[in-house]
Design a protein around this ligand. Structure first.
Ligand SMILES: Cc1ncc(COP(=O)(O)O)c(C=O)c1O
Length: 380
């Protein structure tokens, strides 16, 4: 991210000399497209998750696309997902010919999809549910899994915000039929652009792996180095392969994830402690007691009636970068319909994400708190 002209930017990455060295090694190897480094990244990611396999791809969006295809979601099907999310799951649902159905979130202090609301939206056409772990906080997977099982639906985890978060017996992304991760530049583990798909059923993982590279029966390294002479194409596929430079960055970032997460956790604790006394501000997830979280975002909800643009402008003038996660998908022009979602609609114009990243200091967090308090003070 370009961190200028901010004093505290919204997100930043921890890339440094180790990533530079890893990329340099790839360049010197003269094999830049998907190959051994990407395979090693997959194996290390799968090992860290405690699962047998993972499929590296070119983005989180590609991961979602492959997940839907591999589960056989297609024309006539409906996929239920939270509107309070990034548009990728809805877009990929449309891309496979299915219809996104938007569901509400639990409450202002829990911005994950509400299983009770999901249940009211299940029809004879529903094929899958997408749960998104907002900001790295787990959606209610136990209830969603029970619901999915009762109706014979697939459950997909959009774990773009939640790499390697322990949850119960497993890890987020590894609890349902398919889990999709993003390694976009703003994510906790970044490769610039990239993603990963994991699947409970090895056949689903194999379908994702095949479709990632045009469903060709041999890979480019197999043809170049291992003597395969040609290939067949056995299905519909795409070029969703990761590049070796991205995967090399990913391997280093994977190793850094625990220490980066500890920094994020400390900042969130600091924010929570200092913002708790700021009148009118709602702090989502403040009552959560999950043992693990990715601490990807720190969203706050402004008091009702407060002009969000004005609030954000005050922070911009203090050189603090903010964002909104997310403009709800059911209100975007392309997806707008009749759906009303009381909780999401009630907070959509009040959500603001404050800076959170592993290069921030507690002094930065304190400065943000000071400026947030000033921007909220009616006397200022
Ligand atoms: C919740 C969520 N889902 C999916 C995506 C898509 O990931 P990508 O940008 O890597 O395609 C993102 C990231 O942008 C995201 O935040």
């Amino acid at each position: 991210m370009n961190t200028e002209p901010w004093r505290v930017c919204l997100s930043d990455m921890t890339v440094g000399q180790e990533e530079i060295a890893a990329v340099t090694d790839v360049l010197l190897s003269r094999w830049l497209s998907a190959g051994p480094v990407s395979s090693a990244f997959e194996q290390e990611f799968a090992k860290a998750m405690g699962i047998p396999d993972a499929v590296a791809v070119s983005s989180g969006t590609a991961a979602l696309h492959l997940a839907l295809l591999a589960l056989g979601v297609g024309p006539g099907d409906e996929v239920i997902m939270p509107a309070l999310s990034f548009v990728a799951a809805a877009a990929m649902t449309v891309a496979v010919g299915a219809t996104p159905v938007f569901a509400d979130v639990v409450a202002p202090d829990d911005l994950t999809v509400d299983p009770a609301d999901v249940a009211t939206r299940v029809t004879g056409r529903t094929k899958a549910i997408v749960a998104m772990h907002y900001g790295g906080h787990a959606a209610d997977m136990t209830t969603l899994k029970t619901l999915a099982a009762r109706h014979g639906l697939y459950l997909i985890e959009d774990a773009a915000h939640a790499p390697l978060v322990r949850h119960g017996e497993g890890m987020l992304g590894g609890l349902a039929d398919v889990g999709c991760f993003s390694f976009h530049a703003t994510k906790n583990l970044t490769t610039g652009e990239g993603g990963m798909v994991v699947a409970a059923d090895p056949e689903v993982a194999a379908r994702c792996r095949a479709a990632r590279s045009h469903a060709m029966t041999t890979t480019s390294p197999q043809r170049d180095r291992l003597g395969a002479l040609t290939y067949d194409v056995t299905g519909l596929g795409f070029n969703y392969r990761p590049g070796e430079m991205a995967s090399a960055i990913g391997r280093v970032q994977l190793a850094k994830l625990p220490s980066d997460r500890a920094v994020r956790a400390g900042l969130v604790a600091r924010y929570r402690e200092r913002l708790a006394s700021v009148p009118g501000l709602t702090l989502p997830f403040a009552r959560r007691t999950d043992p693990d979280c990715a601490y990807h975002l720190f969203a706050v909800i402004l008091p009702p009636g407060m002009d969000r643009d004005r609030f954000r402008e005050s922070l911009r003038l203090a050189r603090i970068q903010t964002s909104v996660h997310y403009p709800p998908t059911h209100r975007l022009s392309h997806y707008r319909g009749e759906t009303t979602l009381p909780v999401t609609d009630g907070l959509a114009d009040r959500l603001v994400s404050l800076p959170l990243h592993a290069r921030m200091s507690h002094a930065d967090a304190d400065y943000v708190v000071e400026q947030v308090s000033a921007a909220l003070d009616p006397a200022s």
